[in-house]
Design a protein. Structure first.
Lengths: 315, 477
C-alpha cells in the first residue's frame, strides 16, 4: 500500500478516536458540573479544557471565566479552536476520502454518515438540553465506524494501520486524562475517604468509560491506587495503557510478518510494552504518578513518529 | 401520461402519445406503481447518493460544497437493434481515431494527401511534439474513449464530440445502475437489461494488455493518477481504483527509480507498469510541460519514451478531440477505414474559414458556438437562448479570434421523460458510451451515461451547468 494511504488511514482512526474520547471527557465534566455549585462547576470545566490542552486558546477568547455552555461549544464546534470535534470529524472524512480506494464501501459510508450527522447537529450552538443527544451521537457514530471496519475490512496492512492509529491515540488520551487528574489519585491522608474524593475518582473512571468495569471488579470499593492500577496496568480494560499496548504489539507484529522485517518502531514498542508488563502500581507511585505518565506520553509520541517514518507515511 | 412536445423526437412516446417499443416493458411496470412511491424513491435515492459520497466539485466556485449530480429515475432505453448499429459506428470511429493519432505522430499521410490542412496542427497546443516518432506500448493511444452522441430522430444519431483525453462519467453510469437495481429490483426481472457492472474489470484487463517493455513477467502493476481530493472527478478516480484493485496515486507519491516510475509504498518504492492518469497532459510532467505543475511527475515523459511505463491515455491524444479537428472526422474515418462513416457528425462551421465566419456572424441567434479548445459547456454561446447584448458581446470575441471557434446548428435533441411533480415530462438528453481499446480489440460497454437537461426546454446537459443523469439501458435480445 502507499505510504500516503497508510498515513491517511492512521489519521482517520486517530481523529475518530480523539473525537470519541473528547465526547466522553465532556460528558464526565458535564455530570460533575451538574452536581456542584457554580464555583466548583467552573473548576471542573477548567479541568476539562486543561486536559484537552486548550487552556491558552480558551482563555484568549473567554478569559478565566469557565461557563458550561462556552466550554461545551468551544470544544465541540468553535472555529477559534482548530481541534474542535466538528473539525475532527471533517478531518476524519477528508482522510477517508483520501484513502477511499483502501477502505470498504461500508466503512466509507459510515464515516461519511458520521460527518453529515455531526455537521447537522453542530450547525448551531449546543445548549445543555441538546448536549446529551450530541455526545451520544458522537459515541454512536464512532461505534458504527468501528463495527463497519470489524465486519468488512480485510485483515491486511490497511486494517493494521487503522488499529495502530486508534490505539496510539487512545493510549495518549487515557494518559492525558490521568495526567491532569493525577493529583486526585495521589493518596493523600487528609482526603482519603472523603466523599469529594470518591466523586472525583468516579469521574476519572467515567471519562474513560471505566466506572462500571471497575465497580464490577472491585465490588464497589473506590480506592485511588486501585483506580490508577486499573487504568494503567489492567490489560482486560479496553482503554487502559496496557490494553492499548497489547493491541499495538499484535498489530505491529502483523506488519512485521506481512512485510518480512521488523523496524525501529518494534524496538520502541517492546520497550514500553515490557515495562507495562513488569512494573507494579507501587513502583509507579514510588517513581511518581505524574513522572511516570509524562514519560509514557513521551514514548507513545516517539513510537507514533517512528511508525510514520518506518512505513514512509511522508516523503 | 403526457405526450412529448411535437418539435423534438421523444424516445418514449410517439407524437400521438403511444409508447414506443423500447419502453413497452418499462411503461407497463410504471403504470402499476402508486403515484407517491416513485417520488418517495427519489428522496431515498438522493439520501443514498449523499451517504455514498457520489458528489462532484464545481470549478470556478471556491466555496462550493460537493454537489450531487441530480439523478432521474426514468431510465433511458435503447433497443438491441439500435445498439448494434450504434456500436458498429462507435467502433469504426474509435478505430479511426487511433489510426489518425498514430499517423499524426508519424508520417502524417493525411496531411500529405491534402485531406487535413497542416495549419490545424501548427501551433495547436494539443499536438505534442514530444510524441512525434514514438509509438505507445501495444500501439494504443486512446485506451479509454467517450463518444458523445445526440439523437434527433428514430434512426438519427450523430456524434457531437469525441472525448479522447480523459473522459469522465463512467462511475455515474455504474452507480446509476446500482441505484436503480437497489430501488426497483423487480423491474429488472421484468425487463432484460444488459449488464454494465463489469466495466472496471474490463478496464483493468485492457490496461494490463498494454504493458511497457520494462514490465517484468509478474502481475501487472496498475495505478490511477489523480490530481487529488479537490478535483471535480475525485470520486470517480477513487471509485475506479477501488473497483480495479489498483493504487490511487498522486504526483507526490511518485518518483523515478532505475528508469521506472515508482510509487512510495509502506515498504519502499515499487515500479508502476501502467498509469491510468486522470491528470491533463499539461500537468503530467513539469519538466516537459507546465513547469508549475505539482500534479505530475518530473521526467515521466523521458521514462515513457524509454519504455519504462505505459500512460493511458497516451499524451497528445487531445489533438484528436480538438473541436477544429472534429469537423474533419468524416474525412478522417474514411481515410483510415476505407468506409463511409456509420455515425455522422453534427454539421459544423469552421469559423477560421471566411465564408463560414460570415454565415455564423449573420446567424448567431440560431447557432451554438463553441471554443475550439474548451470543454464542459464553459465559454460557449447558445444563440436561441441568449440576449441581444450577449450575442453582440460574443460576436466581438468571435470576430477578434475566429480560428478559436466552431459553430453548429441548434439541434432539436431528442427527449426522454423525467419524473417531475406533474408526472412524466420530456427533457433533452445526450449519451456518452464508454469505449475501451486494447491490442486485443475494441470493447464498448452497452449503454453509457445519459445526461439530461433538467430545465424545461434547455439543451445544456453538462453537470457543471445543472444537468442530471439517467440510468441508460440497452435491452437484451
Amino acid at each position: 500500500m502507499l505510504g500516503r494511504s497508510a498515513n491517511g488511514i492512521f489519521w482517520l482512526f486517530r481523529n475518530l478516536e480523539r473525537a470519541e474520547n473528547t465526547a466522553r471527557l465532556v460528558e464526565a465534566g458535564f455530570r460533575m458540573a451538574l452536581t456542584r455549585d457554580a464555583r466548583d462547576a467552573s473548576d471542573e470545566w477548567r479541568s476539562v479544557i486543561v486536559t484537552l490542552g486548550l487552556r491558552g486558546l480558551y482563555e484568549a477568547k473567554f478569559g478565566a471565566d469557565y461557563v458550561g455552555t462556552n466550554v461545551i461549544n468551544f470544544i465541540l464546534r468553535d472555529k477559534d479552536n482548530p481541534g474542535n470535534v466538528l473539525t475532527m470529524c471533517e478531518m476524519a472524512r477528508t482522510n477517508a476520502r483520501m484513502v477511499r480506494a483502501g477502505i470498504t464501501r461500508e466503512v466509507w459510508e459510515s464515516v461519511n454518515d458520521s460527518w453529515l450527522k455531526m455537521r447537522e447537529l453542530l450547525a448551531r450552538p449546543v445548549t445543555e438540553t441538546r448536549l446529551g443527544d450530541v455526545l451520544d451521537t458522537i459515541r454512536r457514530q464512532s461505534t458504527q465506524v468501528r463495527g463497519a471496519m470489524e465486519g468488512t475490512m480485510l485483515r491486511n496492512e490497511i486494517y493494521n494501520f487503522a488499529r495502530i492509529g486508534s490505539f496510539i491515540e487512545r493510549a495518549d488520551n487515557t494518559a492525558r486524562i490521568l495526567d491532569v487528574k493525577y493529583y486526585v489519585l495521589l493518596p493523600s491522608i487528609s482526603y482519603v475517604g472523603s466523599s469529594l474524593d470518591n466523586v472525583q475518582w468516579e469521574n476519572v473512571l467515567r471519562s474513560l468509560a471505566g466506572e462500571r468495569a471497575y465497580r464490577w471488579l472491585n465490588a464497589g470499593r473506590m480506592e485511588a491506587r486501585g483506580i490508577a492500577e486499573f487504568l494503567i496496568l489492567d490489560s482486560r480494560f479496553p482503554r487502559s495503557l496496557a490494553f492499548c499496548y497489547g493491541k499495538l504489539k499484535s498489530n505491529l507484529e502483523h506488519l512485521a510478518r506481512e512485510y518480512g522485517n521488523e523496524t525501529e518502531a518494534h524496538a520502541i514498542l517492546s520497550e514500553v510494552d515490557c515495562d507495562l508488563h513488569h512494573t507494579t502500581i507501587d513502583a509507579i507511585f514510588e517513581q511518581g504518578l505524574h513522572e511516570y505518565i509524562a514519560q509514557f506520553i513521551n514514548r507513545n509520541t516517539r513510537l507514533a513518529n517512528q511508525i510514520q517514518y518506518d512505513y514512509r507515511f511522508i516523503d | 401520461m403526457k405526450a412529448a412536445s411535437p418539435s423534438s423526437y421523444d424516445e418514449m412516446f410517439t407524437a400521438d402519445g403511444a409508447v414506443r417499443p423500447a419502453y413497452r416493458g418499462y411503461s407497463e411496470w410504471y403504470e402499476q406503481q402508486p403515484a407517491d412511491l416513485l417520488r418517495r424513491k427519489g428522496t431515498e435515492a438522493e439520501a443514498f447518493f449523499r451517504r455514498t459520497g457520489i458528489t462532484f466539485n464545481v470549478y470556478g466556485n471556491e466555496d462550493a460544497e460537493e454537489r450531487l449530480i441530480p439523478f432521474d429515475m426514468v431510465p433511458r432505453i435503447i433497443t438491441a437493434q439500435q445498439w448494434r448499429r450504434l456500436s458498429r459506428g462507435i467502433e469504426q470511429r474509435v478505430r479511426a481515431l487511433n489510426a489518425f493519432l498514430h499517423d499524426l505522430y508519424h508520417r502524417q499521410e493525411i496531411v500529405r494527401s491534402g485531406r487535413l490542412p497542416a495549419r490545424l496542427l501548427e501551433k495547436n497546443p494539443a499536438f505534442l511534439p514530444q510524441m512525434v516518432g514514438f509509438t505507445p506500448p501495444g500501439g494504443v493511444y486512446t485506451h479509454i474513449v467517450g463518444i458523445d452522441l445526440v439523437r434527433t430522430g428514430e434512426d438519427e444519431f450523430m456524434v457531437l464530440e469525441d472525448n479522447a483525453r480523459t473522459p469522465s462519467g463512467v462511475s455515474y453510469m455504474l452507480e446509476n445502475r446500482e441505484t436503480m437495481m437497489a430501488m426497483f429490483p423487480e423491474l429488472f426481472t421484468r425487463v432484460r437489461v444488459r449488464e454494465v457492472s463489469d466495466y472496471p474489470r474490463r478496464l483493468a484487463r485492457s490496461l494490463a494488455a498494454c504493458l511497457p517493455p520494462a514490465a517484468k513477467g509478474h502481475q501487472p502493476v496498475v495505478a490511477v493518477l489523480t490530481p487529488g481530493i479537490y478535483n471535480s472527478a475525485y470520486f470517480e478516480h477513487a471509485f475506479l481504483a477501488d473497483q480495479m484493485g489498483a493504487e490511487l496515486v498522486e504526483g507526490s507519491d511518485l518518483r523515478i527509480e532505475n528508469g521506472r516510475i515508482a510509487m512510495r509504498t509502506t515498504q519502499g518504492y515499487q515500479p508502476i507498469d501502467v498509469l491510468y492518469r486522470r491528470v491533463d497532459d499539461d500537468y503530467l510532467d513539469p519538466l516537459t510541460f507546465n513547469p508549475d505543475s505539482m500534479l505530475g511527475v518530473s521526467g515521466i515523459m523521458d521514462v515513457y519514451r524509454a519504455g519504462g511505463i505505459t500512460i493511458a491515455n497516451a499524451p497528445g491524444t487531445g489533438i484528436a478531440d480538438d473541436k477544429a479537428i472534429y469537423s474533419f472526422m468524416p474525412e478522417i474515418v474514411e481515410f483510415y477505414t476505407g468506409e463511409k462513416p456509420i455515425l455522422p457528425n453534427v454539421p459544423t462551421w469552421r469559423c477560421s474559414e471566411p465564408d463560414a465566419l460570415k454565415y455564423v456572424l449573420e446567424h448567431l441567434s440560431e447557432l451554438v458556438v463553441k471554443e475550439v479548445h474548451g470543454s464542459g459547456g464553459y465559454g460557449m454561446l447558445i444563440g436561441p437562448t441568449s440576449s441581444k447584448k450577449e450575442i453582440a458581446a460574443f460576436a466581438a470575441k468571435l470576430a477578434a479570434r475566429p480560428h478559436n471557434y466552431i459553430a453548429q446548428p441548434t439541434l432539436s435533441l431528442s427527449t426522454v421523460p423525467i419524473l417531475s411533480r406533474a408526472g412524466l415530462t420530456p427533457r433533452h438528453v445526450d449519451l456518452r458510451p464508454f469505449v475501451l481499446v486494447s491490442p486485443a480489440g475494441i470493447d464498448i460497454t452497452p449503454g453509457g451515461l445519459t445526461r439530461v437537461a433538467l430545465k424545461k426546454g434547455s439543451l445544456v446537459v453538462n453537470s457543471s451547468q445543472g444537468g442530471g443523469t439517467k440510468d441508460s439501458w440497452v435491452l437484451d435480445d
